[in-house]
Design a protein around this ligand. Structure first.
Ligand code: HEC
Ligand code: CU
Length: 433
C-alpha cells in the first residue's frame, strides 16, 4: 500500500483545484452563455460578473477572518480559559448593515435588468411566434406569412421579438449565445426579445429545449442563423412562396422568349359586382436563399447515430419526386397531410391543427427532427421508414412495410410504404426547396 503523505495533501489539493479552474480557460466553448452577441446577454453577463465579484469579496474576507481566528485563538496547552463575552452591539450592527448593502448592490441592477428584459420590444422588430411541441419547434413569422420548423433565421442588427407558447407541456427556449432562457407555459404567452449585434457575421448557433418535457426532451434542439438584412429579405421572399410542384407554385419564367408569358388571372369582384379577368405577368419565383451549409461550424452539425436499418442506395438515387408528390399529397395513399401542411397543396388543417412540422420548404432546412439529423436522402429514408426508432416517443408514424411500430406495438402491414415508394417520397421532400 502506498504511504499516505498527509502533510502534502493541502499542496496537492490546491494544485488540483488550480488545474481544474485552468481547464475551464482552454477550449472554444460554442454553447457558452458568456457572450456579448445581444443586449440581453450583455445584461445577464454584467449581473453575473457583479455577483461573482461581490461573492468573491465576501468569501475571501470571511475565510481570512475565519482562518485567522482559528489560529490566533486556538487552544494552547496550559493557556487560560477564554474571556467570556455577552453581545456586541457594534459588531452585530456591522454584520447586518454590510450584507444589506451588498444585497442592494445586487438587487438594484438585477431588478433593472429584469424590467429591461420585460419591456415591450422596440418598434420595427421582426415578430416570431415560437410554439413548442413534443419534441420539436415551430417558428412562425406572422408579418411574412411564414411557418417553418427547427431552423430560425434572425436578421443581424434588428430586434427579434419572440412570443412563446406551447401546444402541450412546458418547454423552455434557449439560444445560449443570444439569450434566453424563457419558459413556454400552457395557456399563457411569454415574451422575449433581443437584437443580434451589428458586428456579427452570418453564423449558425445552437438552441435547445431546457425544461424537461418527456422522453425526447434531449432531442428537442434547434438552430438559429444570424444573417444580414439582405440575406434575410431573400430568405423571406422565397419562404413565402408555395411549395415546389404544387398547383399554386408560380410557373418558372420562360427565358427562351422575350419576357414572361402572359396568363389570365381571375380577380375577385367587389361584393355585388362581377369579378373580372385580367392578364398579368407571373412574378418570377424568387431564387431560394438558405444559410450556406459550409458556414455551419462542426458544433452546429448533427451527429446523432443512425439505426442499422438497410436501405438500397440505388433505389434512393432513382427516387422520383413526381411519384413522391402523388403519395405525400394524396391522403388516400398516405396520411401525411392529416398532420403536415404544405403550402399550395390541398390543405386539411389550419396551422394550429397541424401536428407535425410545416413541410412547404422542407428541402431548405439543413437539419430535421428538431436538429437531430442532417437532411440527406439516406437519413430521410430511414426516418420515413421508422421515425420513432430514431426519435423515441415521436408521433411521426412508422411507414416502412414490415417495420416494427413501437407506438402500435406491432409490425406495419397494411398501409405501409415499400422502399421504392419511400425513395420517391424522399426525392419529393428534398425537392421542396
Ligand atoms: C400522426 C401525424 C403524422 C403523420 C400522419 C405524418 N407525420 Fe411526419 N411528422 C409528424 C411529427 C409530429 C413530426 C415531428 C417529429 C419530431 O421532430 O419529433 C414529423 C416530422 C416529419 C418530418 C421532419 C420535419 C422536420 O422539419 O423536422 C418529415 C420530413 C415528415 N414528418 C414527413 C412525413 C411524411 C412524408 C408523411 C407521410 C408519408 C408524414 N410525415 C406523416 C407527424 C406526422
Ligand atoms: Cu421541450
Amino acid at each position: 500500500m502506498p504511504k499516505l503523505h498527509l502533510r502534502r495533501f493541502p499542496t496537492v489539493a490546491v494544485l488540483a483545484l488550480v488545474l481544474l479552474a485552468l481547464s475551464a480557460c482552454g477550449g472554444d466553448y460554442p454553447n457558452s452563455t458568456f457572450s456579448h452577441h445581444t443586449e440581453l446577454n450583455d445584461g445577464a453577463v454584467f449581473l453575473w460578473d457583479r455577483m461573482m465579484l461581490l461573492g468573491t469579496i465576501v468569501f475571501v474576507v470571511v475565510e481570512v477572518v475565519l482562518v485567522y481566528t482559528i489560529f490566533k485563538f486556538r487552544r494552547r496547552e496550559g493557556g487560560p480559559a477564554p474571556r467570556q463575552i455577552q453581545g456586541n452591539a457594534a459588531l452585530e450592527i456591522t454584520w447586518t448593515v454590510i450584507p444589506a448593502l451588498i444585497l442592494v448592490f445586487l438587487a438594484v441592477p438585477t431588478v433593472r435588468t429584469i424590467f429591461e428584459s420585460q419591456r415591450k420590444a422596440p418598434d420595427g422588430a421582426v415578430q416570431i411566434e415560437v410554439i413548442g411541441h413534443q419534441w420539436w419547434w415551430e417558428f412562425r413569422y406572422p408579418q411574412y406569412g411564414i411557418v417553418t420548423a427547427n431552423e430560425l433565421y434572425l436578421p443581424i442588427g434588428r430586434t427579434a421579438n419572440f412570443s412563446l407558447r406551447t401546444r402541450d407541456v412546458l418547454h423552455s427556449f434557449w439560444i445560449p449565445q443570444m439569450g434566453g432562457k424563457r419558459d413556454l407555459i400552457a395557456n399563457k404567452t411569454n415574451y422575449l426579445w433581443f437584437t443580434p449585434k451589428a458586428d456579427l457575421t452570418s453564423s449558425a448557433w445552437n438552441g435547445a429545449c431546457v425544461e424537461y418535457c418527456g422522453s425526447s426532451h434531449a432531442n428537442m434542439r434547434f438552430r438559429a442563423f444570424t444573417v444580414t438584412p439582405a440575406e434575410f429579405d431573400k430568405w423571406v421572399a422565397h419562404q413565402k412562396t408555395a411549395a415546389a410542384g404544387s398547383p399554386a407554385a408560380m410557373p418558372a419564367p420562360d427565358t427562351s422568349t422575350k419576357g414572361a408569358a402572359k396568363v389570365p388571372v381571375k380577380m375577385a369582384g367587389m361584393p355585388g359586382m362581377p369579378g373580372m379577368t385580367a392578364t398579368a405577368t407571373p412574378a418570377p419565383a424568387p431564387e431560394a436563399w438558405v444559410f450556406p451549409l459550409e458556414k455551419m461550424k462542426a458544433f452546429t452539425l448533427p451527429s446523432t447515430p443512425l439505426p442499422a436499418t438497410r436501405f438500397d442506395d440505388a433505389l434512393l438515387a432513382a427516387g422520383d419526386p413526381k411519384a413522391g408528390r402523388e403519395i405525400v399529397t394524396n391522403v388516400a395513399k398516405a396520411p401525411c397531410l392529416t398532420c403536415h401542411n404544405i403550402k399550395g397543396e390541398t390543405q386539411y388543417l389550419n396551422d394550429d391543427q397541424a401536428k407535425g412540422p410545416n413541410l412547404t420548404h422542407f428541402g431548405t432546412r439543413h437539419t430535421f427532427a428538431a436538429g437531430l439529423f442532417r437532411t440527406d436522402a439516406r437519413t430521410l429514408a430511414l426516418w420515413i421508414k421508422n421515425a420513432p426508432l430514431m426519435k423515441p416517443g415521436s408521433i411521426m408514424p412508422t411507414f416502412g412495410t414490415g417495420e416494427y411500430n413501437a407506438l402500435m406495438k406491432q409490425k406495419v402491414t397494411a398501409g405501409g410504404l415499400d422502399d421504392k415508394q419511400i425513395a420517391d417520397v424522399v426525392a419529393y421532400l428534398l425537392s421542396l426547396k
